[in-house]
Design a protein around this ligand. Structure first.
Ligand code: B3K
Ligand code: ZN
Length: 866
């Protein structure tokens, strides 16, 4: 493998979990000195290193794209020949057990288009190190089980970079000759290098304070461009709520004197939990009613909480190696999901989270990139920040929490934090803490970390009238996934209830634990054949198949007292009709119409829940229910049903639309729910074919005092071909062309549109003067949205595939991490007809043939072709 590595066309090395061994050298302390400048930044690093155990291996410091300008050991400058570079890493033979190593390198932040390491964004200098970006800043053993104390000194031009921030607490600052200044920050908590951060720039601060449960005062700062300050209030409130919530729910208190957040415009993902200095994609900080939708507001709240919660689940207790990524990510997603549920509606939050899980993770689990929550190998770790690690990982924690109950789960997390504080831990450590702290045997449950693929559970209910007994037979199977042909049965917790059709009542909730391939569960004392409600609250991330009739589903959609199960019954009712229609079977659309009418008319229900329940399943979700996805047939069937729902219930939609019109903007749950329902009513009204559909949508667009209603109206218009469509798109563009985050919505809305010409329009937009591959948000708003538009992306001409492959090839040269994220939609070729599959494969092959392809894209494409 070693000689292959040195050749540029080499197959990238595969890293395996089983190869983990403790580090040869530790770095208890590091001192960094940055002479900052966008064109040339010098970084001097002084590492105190100590030999870990008895061995004679040299010190190996990872480096990516770095040239050592000077290397010294214990104050002695080394000659070339006393060190060497191996695959970018600096290798230094050392004789003693402890040494001081000093290196000097020069970086060019302004040219760093990968946005990993130190880079320039909109006049700022900032860093991103997770997972392996620190090696692009300085030579260092870049692995999460090396924990060091950091002291960071920065000098910079005072006018260009008046604010200098880093991890931990500020300990000094001052002016220097030549218009420069300096600052020093130290972080008392040992941390892995992926949590290192610095920011330099001309920033304004929304400053606030939080008093912790033990009475310590923490200075909070959200740093943005001066003009964006008015858009930071929601993020600040979310931060304070998160800090209080983590104290109340997990007993976790913040530990430094300051907590800073910086918003940057160019960022590869949502945000980053660097110790004491979170760096955010500005889309998860900035919000005001004119530019942010309710979904954006919730996104800000959820991501601020997520990054804050990492201070304990991720920073104080970190990961031993990157195979353990879900240890911090799954747990932290679970924590942020519950926080958001507590801040709003538990029912609606669960529905939204399951929609995301099914939309992203179930698809991943069915395809060539399926991997376990704790993977066994990778080429490029950046490709493993997936829905499986994050969202399925969160479901694993949720199942453990459900089986343990709140008190025992808390005892488990207390033990976990206490035992592993200051350590780099494993997923296994977490499970052991649950077992010991909570008192539960999780031996079989561990399979959830090991086996990829979404389990299927078949549930059949038989009723014996004479005995008054129902027998529920559950059968499970876990499909084969790459590298895992045969699977063991899993431990699957299924919340279940049986409903009496006459009274509409259930006999209560049962937590059934399915552990065998096939198992019977008996229910006694039933006077009539019951109706099955299963996987209530989506208690396990599985696909449940039942033989429930449409009448049973209609009953549950009206009576189930678990809101998720009620929503699910409604969705299943719609899925059955649409999938049946596509297969040419006779179907009862009227049952769907009746269920929608009843749900929409039930004034006891939360409007936000109603909006979720009456919405048709997405085209992608319908595709997931079919052996071979037929995008055109799915679109036609769904569109047809939507129009019928629109026209037959037109009066209802007009009533809802009129009565949900608010008098002034508010972010209350009631106001958000009303907007959600109003937008759904508008969608159906427009789908009805009513002559005034486009003008009602245009009026909403024009009169709205908030982005939630404005964007929904624009999206509704974008699906059609009216003159109002063009007018609204033009007005929106003119109004927001200089506001990048809002202009993203203009691109995204068009790429999402159900419009016969979407693929051509996306091609045109890729050449728009405001489109740029340099900004990941802009790329996602156009190409990311487009690949999520099943009907358009899978245009029978194959134009959509070519467009995305062209983008992957061009973007890979600038930003491989973001380019690799566009590959999975092409990798799903096995799910489509032979013609589409052939064109998708051809595009993957075209990408793979590109010379100089990154490790990121190579891994995703080559796995997708297998
Ligand atoms: N931990 C970061 C994600 C880093 C992604 C690196 N490719 C944000 C988060 O999950 O909180
Ligand atoms: Zn995270």
């Amino acid at each position: 493998m070693a000689d292959m590595q040195s050749s540029p066309a080499a197959v990238p090395t595969i890293i395996r979990r089983e190869d983990y061994r403790p580090p040869d050298w530790l770095v208890p302390a590091i001192d960094l000195d940055f002479d900052l400048d966008a064109a040339a930044t010098q970084v001097k690093a002084t590492l105190g290193v100590s030999r870990n155990g008895a061995h004679d291996r040299p010190l190996r410091l990872d480096g990516d794209d770095l040239t050592p300008l000077r290397v010294s050991v214990d104050g002695q400058i080394l000659e070339e020949g006393q060190w060497h570079l191996d695959a970018g890493a600096l290798v230094i033979p050392l004789t003693g057990d402890t040494h001081q190593i000093e290196t000097l390198v020069e970086l060019t932040p302004a040219e760093n288009s990968k946005l990993m390491g130190l880079y320039a964004s909109g006049g700022l200098l900032c860093t991103q190190c997770e997972a392996e970006g620190f090696r692009r800043i300085t030579f260092f053993p870049d692995r999460p089980d090396i924990l060091s104390r950091y002291s960071v000194h920065m000098t910079a031009d005072k006018q260009l970079y008046p604010v200098l921030l880093a991890n931990g607490d500020p300990v000094g600052q001052g002016d220097l000759p030549g218009g420069r200044h300096w600052a020093r920050w130290t972080d008392p908590f040992p941390k892995p290098c992926y949590l290192f951060a610095l920011v330099a720039g001309d920033l304004a601060c929304n400053a606030d304070r939080f008093v912790t449960m033990s009475g310590r005062e923490v200075a909070l700062g959200i740093w943005v461009k001066e003009a964006d300050l008015p858009r930071t209030a929601h993020a600040m409130q979310a931060l304070k709520n998160s800090m209080a919530w983590d104290e109340r729910v997990y007993g976790r208190e913040y530990d430094l004197d300051v907590f800073n957040i910086v918003a940057v415009a160019d960022f590869n993902f949502g945000a980053m939990e660097n110790k004491g200095l979170n760096i955010f994609n500005s889309r998860y900080i900035l919000a005001d009613p004119d530019t942010a939708t309710d979904v954006d507001y919730d996104g800000v709240e959820g991501v601020v909480a997520h990054e804050y919660f990492h201070n304990w689940s991720g920073n104080r207790v970190t990961c031993r190696d990157w195979f353990q990524l879900s240890l911090k990510e799954g747990f932290t997603v679970f924590r942020d999901q519950n926080f958001s549920a507590d801040m709003g509606s538990h029912a609606v939050k669960r529905i939204e989270d399951v929609r995301i899980l099914r939309g992203a993770q179930f698809q991943e689990d069915q395809g060539p990139l399926a991997h376990p929550v704790r993977p066994e190998s990778y080429m490029e770790i950046s490709n493993f920040y997936t829905a499986t690690i994050y969202n399925k990982g969160a479901e694993l924690i949720r199942m453990m929490a459900l089986m343990l109950g709140p008190e025992r789960f808390r005892a488990g997390t207390d033990l976990y934090f206490e035992r592993h504080d200051g350590q780099a831990a494993t997923c296994e450590d977490f499970v052991i803490a649950m077992e010991e702290g909570g008192g539960i045997d999780l031996r079989q449950f561990r399979l959830w970390y090991e086996q990829a693929g979404t389990p299927r559970v078949r549930a059949l209910l038989a009723y014996d009238a004479a005995a008054g007994r129902a027998t529920l037979t559950l059968e499970q199977s876990v499909p084969p996934t790459p590298g895992q042909a045969d699977k063991e049965p899993m431990a699957i917790p299924l919340r279940t209830a049986l409903f009496d059709p006459a009274s509409g009542q259930s006999g209560g909730d049962h937590l059934l634990l399915l552990t065998e391939e096939r198992q019977n569960f008996i229910f006694e004392g039933l006077s009539a054949a019951p109706i099955l409600s299963i996987n209530r609250g989506f208690s396990a991330p599985v696909i449940v198949e039942t033989d429930r009739s449409q009448a049973d589903l209609a009953f549950l959609s009206a009576h189930d007292d678990d809101p998720f199960a009620r929503y699910e019954a409604m969705q299943q009712l719609m899925v059955n009709v649409l999938v049946g229609k596509i297969a040419g079977q006779p179907v009862d659309e009227d049952a769907v119409l009746a269920a929608i009418r009843n749900t929409a008319a039930d004034s006891a229900l939360d409007p936000a829940f109603v909006a979720e329940a009456i919405r048709l399943p997405s085209e992608a979700y319908l595709g997931d229910q079919m052996a071979i996805v037929d995008p055109d047939a799915i679109h036609a069937a769904r569109d047809g049903l939507q129009s019928r729902i629109g026209s037959e219930l037109e009066t209802l939609w007009r009533d809802i639309h009129a009565r949900t019109k608010a008098n002034g903007f508010s972010l209350s749950a009631a106001a958000k729910g009303a907007r959600k329902l109003r937008n759904t009513a508008l969608l159906y009204l427009a789908a009805s074919g009513a002559e005034d559909g486009a003008s009602v949508a245009f009026d909403q667009f024009d009169q709205a005092d908030n982005m939630t209603e404005r964007q929904a109206a624009l999206a509704t218009l974008a699906n059609g071909t009216s003159v109002e469509r063009d007018a609204a798109l033009d007005i929106f563009y003119q109004r927001y062309r200089s506001d990048a985050l809002t202009l993203d919505k203009w691109f995204q809305t068009q790429a999402f549109a159900f419009h016969a010409d979407t693929v051509d329009l996306v091609q045109e937009l890729a050449h728009h003067q405001d489109f740029s591959l340099g900004n990941p948000n802009r790329v996602r708003s156009l190409y990311g949205a487009f690949t999520g538009n099943q009907w358009a992306f899978h245009h029978p001409s194959g134009k959509g595939y070519r467009l995305v492959a062209d983008c992957v090839i061009a973007l890979d040269k600038l930003n491989p991490q973001t380019a690799a994220r566009l590959v999975p939609p092409l990798g799903r070729w096995k799910r489509f007809d032979a013609q589409r599959a052939g064109m998708m494969r051809a595009e993957l092959q075209r990408i793979l043939a590109e010379p100089g392809l990154s490790k990121d894209v190579t891994e995703q494409v080559s796995k997708s072709l297998e």
